[in-house]
Design a protein around this ligand. Structure first.
Ligand code: MN9
Length: 293
């Protein structure tokens, strides 16, 4: 069985000027990331604008990644407010040979925990796929404590959690209770903190163009070289601070464009980077990331 430890890029989605999925550029992105040493990919998550896309577009992306990712581990984010779409995508993930599915908790209507848990169970049971809970309270608005996350992890349908929260107390508690389950750190800027509290690896958006730094952080951490790992984290964080100032999603697209790929812009209602922000990226980010081979 695969260990599933490691660095997983939450893939960005390139669009053509007409707003179609740009398969050619997506393939180049996957190749670049494999060269940087990632273990696999998280497909159509927040970073991939999954919840802004149709089920057909998401399937198309899942297929493209499947066809070019070799034996990398593949995680399909299938979360959708129309639960029928989530089921369709989970079935597609199974058919395409993805390793696991993942979903954000159903949001907006403030569903009860029981409703949320039943949503996850239906998806896992119907698809027969292992489920990775996507915990991202800052965006989903769905808060879950150690008790609720434990309800998932104590059930065999759930393989682990993508933990996008800075509540490392909760991370430690679930790590201690469930040593065999997978915990992925979600905030790239706190990767080293996550590893210190027991994360098995990370899933992140900034990995698209600096996965090598996170591979390095995990390696140094494993060797007990914490000070050196912190130096690499600091390098990454200086870049992430610039992204945050601009707006992470639109800024990441621009980084890819400046690297020489053709990623276009985010789906509306996202806006676009301004001229001065483009210059900031050219000056403060591009010189500090690996060029395309
Ligand atoms: O889940 C990502 N979260 C979002 C992971 O995109 C909402 C992170 O990789 C962040 O983008 C990153 C920057 O804050 O840590």
């Amino acid at each position: 069985m695969k260990s599933y430890k490691g660095i997983y890029t939450a893939l960005l989605t390139p669009f053509t000027p007409e707003g179609k999925i740009n398969a050619k550029e997506l393939e180049k992105l996957v190749a670049h990331n494999l060269k940087m040493g990632v273990s696999g990919f998280y497909v159509c998550g927040s970073t991939g604008e999954g919840i802004l896309l149709s089920a057909d577009e998401r399937k198309e992306i899942m297929q493209i990644v499947r066809d070019c990712a070799g034996d990398a581990t593949l995680i399909a984010h299938v979360g959708a407010l129309d639960e029928r779409d989530a089921h369709k995508l989970a079935a597609a993930a199974k058919e395409l040979g993805y390793d696991m599915i993942s979903s954000v908790a159903p949001f907006y209507f403030k569903f009860t925990f029981e409703e949320i848990k039943n949503y996850y169970l239906r998806l896992a049971e119907n698809s027969g796929m292992p489920m990775l809970v996507y915990h991202i309270p800052a965006l989903s608005g769905v808060g879950m404590g150690a008790g609720e996350i434990s309800e998932f992890l104590g059930d065999d349908h759930f393989i682990g959690v993508k933990f996008t929260s800075n509540d490392f107390f909760t991370m430690e508690q679930i790590r201690t209770r469930f040593p065999q389950k997978i915990i992925y750190n979600g905030y790239d800027e706190m990767m080293l903190s996550g590893l210190a509290m027991g994360a098995d690896g990370g899933i992140g958006s900034t990995y698209n163009f600096m996965a090598d730094k996170f591979v390095q952080i995990q390696k140094l951490f494993g060797e007990g070289k914490i000070e050196e790992a912190r130096e690499v984290q600091k390098e990454a964080n200086r870049i992430i601070a610039v992204l945050c100032r601009i707006g992470v999603m639109i800024a990441e697209k621009e980084v890819m464009n400046q690297l020489g790929l053709d990623f276009g812009i985010c789906k509306k209602p996202f806006g676009e980077v301004k001229a001065e922000e483009r210059e900031l990226i050219a000056k403060e980010i591009l010189p500090y990331i690996a060029p395309l081979a």
